[in-house]
Design a protein around this ligand. Structure first.
Ligand code: SF4
Length: 258
């Protein structure tokens, strides 16, 4: 069910260290990942029926047009509690139009998605390639495992192809391996990252009561992390955990990338 709502603000102060603001054109996400904890940060009707109810911020562009003139320039994450290129974006184009507004007005944008629909906006992404990057989330290369945990998201191979196209077009890209799910083919994801030549950010499976997972014990995570680190070294893939990411972002912003 798609419902249109009105909002008072477009850019929210981000709780993530590497972002100044977050912008979520929609609330709820059709991709319906079972591990997604965005449901706990969404309105009740969305969280209770995760994947079934999508709220579209119908006056978002009107509000954003005013905010970009008065808010301090900074890095905007699109999106943090929804996928900005989920199916509803095909009709409403709020992500595309927000992207244009932000970049035209001097903001920097960091996109994170699982969808090849991002390629529709290649014209904008290449025009502003200095100030925009795209992260693609891939948790496993096994399509059956992906279907279990990301039932309505595009399959992993489609995401890899998208990342390749973006990179070949000169867009700054990265891969998000998260959450790392014990028993899934996450090492295969690193191999694909090695072939494309992208850096990887990985993250532990965060546990929230109500999610169909048990928390990953600390010593299990240590073993998984060692495997990831080792494979990255073998493949010469630059990889770091989400917790370290702010160091990378800070350096990048000041052009002292290691
Ligand atoms: S694509 Fe992202 S926002 Fe959407 S359900 Fe999956 S994890 Fe949540």
């Amino acid at each position: 069910m798609i419902k249109e709502i009105e909002v008072k603000s477009a850019l929210s102060k981000s709780g993530l260290r590497e972002l100044d603001y977050s912008l979520n054109p929609y609330l709820g996400c059709r991709f319906s990942c079972t591990y997604c904890y965005a449901r706990y940060f969404s309105p009740k009707e969305v969280g209770d029926r995760w994947g079934e109810v999508i709220l579209v911020k119908k006056n978002l562009l009107e509000v954003l047009r005013k905010e970009v003139k008065v808010k301090r320039k900074g890095v905007v994450g699109i999106s943090t509690v929804t996928d900005p290129y989920q199916p509803v974006e095909k009709d409403f184009e709020l992500t595309r139009k927000s992207l244009e507004l932000l970049l035209e007005n001097g903001f920097r944008v960091s996109i994170q998605t699982k969808s090849p629909l991002v390629l529709r906006d290649l014209d904008i992404l290449t025009r502003y390639r200095e100030r925009v990057d795209v992260g693609m989330t891939v948790t496993t290369m096994n399509p059956e495992e992906a279907r279990q945990v990301e039932p309505l998201a595009p399959l992993p191979q489609a995401r890899i192809e998208t990342l390749k196209r973006l990179k070949e077009s000169g867009v700054q890209v990265w891969m998000f391996l998260g959450p790392v799910i014990p028993g899934h083919n996450f090492l295969g994801v690193l191999e694909e990252a090695g072939k494309i030549g992208v850096r990887v950010i990985y993250d532990v499976l965060n546990y929230y009561p109500g999610l169909p997972f048990r928390p990953v014990p600390r010593n299990t995570w240590k073993v998984l992390e060692d495997q990831i680190r080792r494979r990255c070294e073998e493949l010469r893939v630059q990889c770091h955990s989400e917790q370290e990411d702010w160091i990378y972002e800070t350096k990048r912003r000041y052009n002292t990338l290691f």
